[in-house]
Ligand binder design. Structure first.
Ligand SMILES: Cc1cc2nc3c(=O)[nH]c(=O)nc-3n(C[C@H](O)[C@H](O)[C@H](O)COP(=O)(O)OP(=O)(O)OC[C@H]3O[C@@H](n4cnc5c(N)ncnc54)[C@H](O)[C@@H]3O)c2cc1C
Length: 510
């Protein structure tokens, strides 16, 4: 596969060829890029089928209380369901469960929620934190020196080795008798019966296996065929393609601060009608330093959103963000398409459940579309996502309407989708400096407000009055945002923005 991209993506070819497992990483990139074929023409209506079409007499290979398809955030949820609630679980992953293609940043305060489940202990969580920073900052490029660097403490300031944390969860699951984790096993489809599901998977050698479960938890991420089917082929409205590396040997890297959002130039028009590229830089273990490049975009924009294309841009532009020194070494790539959903209405508009089936994590796409912290969202909500499912199972209330109440939907977080739309550069309505200018004004406003405002915004904990204060102050300083609201959101989008705010005002999280 590397040879095939030698001429189309020469920088990816060169850098991935130098990596141990470069070919395998490239395959994972290409696998995720299949999303773009699906996003345009795939509605996957064969993922959930009625029990009536299940071939009669087919033997079932195993039985459990909860069947998990997907082994990233699924491992955290399954660990709590088995250790705390005594459920028998089987989990499958098409790769090796607990080996993700990313690392995570989160605050210490949020990580405490894992301890509150009673399943993860302080020492275990500490062992997965590879570095803590003193502070973090955000800065957007503006040309006339008005650039505001906004410092934020206690936000995304712990770098977590994702695989180490997931490994802990994996061991906890396997320590309980009767549980199973099947690697290199792919979810194919499931059959719905009145009080259970039968899940069909294919194993490492292509063998077909069937499992009977009271509940199927879909944690297959952005490629979830179930999410696709339940949402008529439109499981996301927006995305954030993200690529980067864990590397060492930059000329200048501050190991005491996280660079949370950084732009270094105006909108880039080299891959379609335009995208505002944004960098992130986080120190990791030892001399390692993680850099990410990403952009916010609508699913149906004309930009090239492939991870392969973005990796080529990343390698080309990296020296403009952080200059590699002579000993620069890439240890591994990190990448993914982070999904987002804009709920047009007063409350959750996206389908996240069916009878005996529930979606969590990126498959549910309920995390903040602004900060894109899906791991953070799961950690914040883990307590009620597990307790809620257990109570529903005990009560035998596993219909779609029962299960969809157990969700990580947070009205304050959902309203952030409206801010995310301003981050999606649109050549038809925006000047090339628009996103930077606007975000720079937001930083200036946040700088003039008490520290808790910026923390709340970047930790997905904003209260309604804080949100409205920031909006009004930005509009006062930067009136162009009012016309931009009309241009970018249109009448429908502006009404939806107001509905989101009304839903938030009426909710318990205001
Ligand atoms: C580069 C990057 C950096 C990030 N940084 C942060 C951060 O700092 N903080 C934060 O909070 N969030 C961060 N996120 C977001 C976070 O990583 C995701 O929200 C989280 O990984 C979602 O987990 P998930 O289990 O829902 O989906 P995924 O991580 O996508 O995992 C899905 C799993 O399902 C498996 N799978 C898929 N299809 C099938 C199938 N048919 N059968 C069986 N298995 C299947 C996959 O192999 C995979 O293991 C980042 C994301 C990216 C891409």
């Amino acid at each position: 596969m590397l040879e095939q991209i030698k001429h189309t993506h020469p920088l990816v070819y060169r850098n991935f060829s130098a990596l141990q497992n470069g070919e395998a990483y490239l395959r994972r990139v290409v696998e995720l890029d299949r999303y773009w074929e699906h996003a345009h023409m795939f509605s996957s209506d064969g993922a959930v089928l009625p029990g009536s079409v299940f071939p009669e007499g087919t033997p079932v290979n195993g039985e459990c209380d909860i069947f998990y398809a997907g082994g990233t955030l699924g491992l955290l949820h399954a660990a709590v369901m088995t250790k705390r609630y005594g459920q028998k679980v089987v989990l499958v992953d098409r790769h090796v469960a607990g080996t993700s293609t990313r690392d995570w940043n989160i605050s210490r305060q949020e990580l405490r929620r894992l301890e509150e489940t009673g399943v993860f202990f302080t020492g275990e969580i500490d062992s997965a934190i590879v570095r803590s920073y003193k502070t973090g900052w955000v800065e957007f490029f503006v040309e006339d020196g008005r650039q505001k660097r906004l410092y934020i403490d206690n936000v995304l300031d712990c770098a977590v080795d994702a695989d180490r944390l997931l490994g802990i969860a994996r061991r906890k699951i396997l320590a309980e008798e009767g549980n199973g984790i099947l690697d290199r096993t792919t979810f194919r489809r499931c059959y719905k019966f009145p009080d259970h599901v039968i899940v069909e998977v294919s194993g490492p050698e292509g063998e077909i296996l069937f499992f009977k479960a009271k509940v199927l938890v879909d944690v297959m991420g952005i490629l979830s065929p179930i999410a696709m089917q339940l949402n008529d082929g439109r499981s996301q409205t927006h995305v954030c393609p993200t690529v980067g590396t864990v590397a060492s040997g930059f000329q200048e890297a501050d190991y005491d601060a996280g660079e949370i959002l950084v732009s270094t130039e105006r909108a880039d028009t080299s891959a379609g009608s335009g995208r505002q590229l944004i960098w992130e830089g986080f120190p990791a273990a030892g001399k390692e330093y993680i850099t990410y490049l990403f952009f916010y975009d609508a699913v149906d924009s004309d930009n090239d959103k492939t991870l392969l294309g973005l990796f080529e841009t990343y390698f080309r532009k990296l020296p403009g963000y952080k200059k590699p020194a002579d000993d620069f070494t890439i240890h591994r790539p990190v990448f993914g398409i982070i999904p987002a959903y804009s709920h047009e209405g007063f409350s959750r508009a996206r389908e996240i459940a069916d009878d005996n089936i529930i979606l969590f994590g990126d498959a549910a796409t309920l995390h903040s579309p602004l900060t894109f912290c899906g791991f953070g969202s799961m950690v914040r909500n883990l307590q009620h996502l597990t307790a809620g499912l257990y109570q529903a199972m005990v009560a035998g209330r596993l219909s779609r309407t029962d299960l969809e109440k157990i969700s990580a939907y947070e009205p304050n977080v959902a309203s952030m989708a409206n801010l995310m739309k301003y981050m999606c550069y649109d050549a038809a309505t925006d000047t090339p400096g628009f996103v930077n200018e606007l975000m720079n004004e937001v930083m200036i406003v946040l700088d003039g407000l008490p520290h808790r405002y910026r923390q709340a915004m970047f930790r997905d904990e904003m209260r309604l009055e804080e949100f409205v204060t920031v909006l009004l102050k930005v509009a006062w300083r930067y009136p162009k945002v009012l016309k931009a609201t009309y241009d970018k959101l249109g009448v429908g989008g502006s009404v939806s923005f107001l509905k989101n705010l009304a839903g938030w005002a009426l909710s318990s999280t205001k």
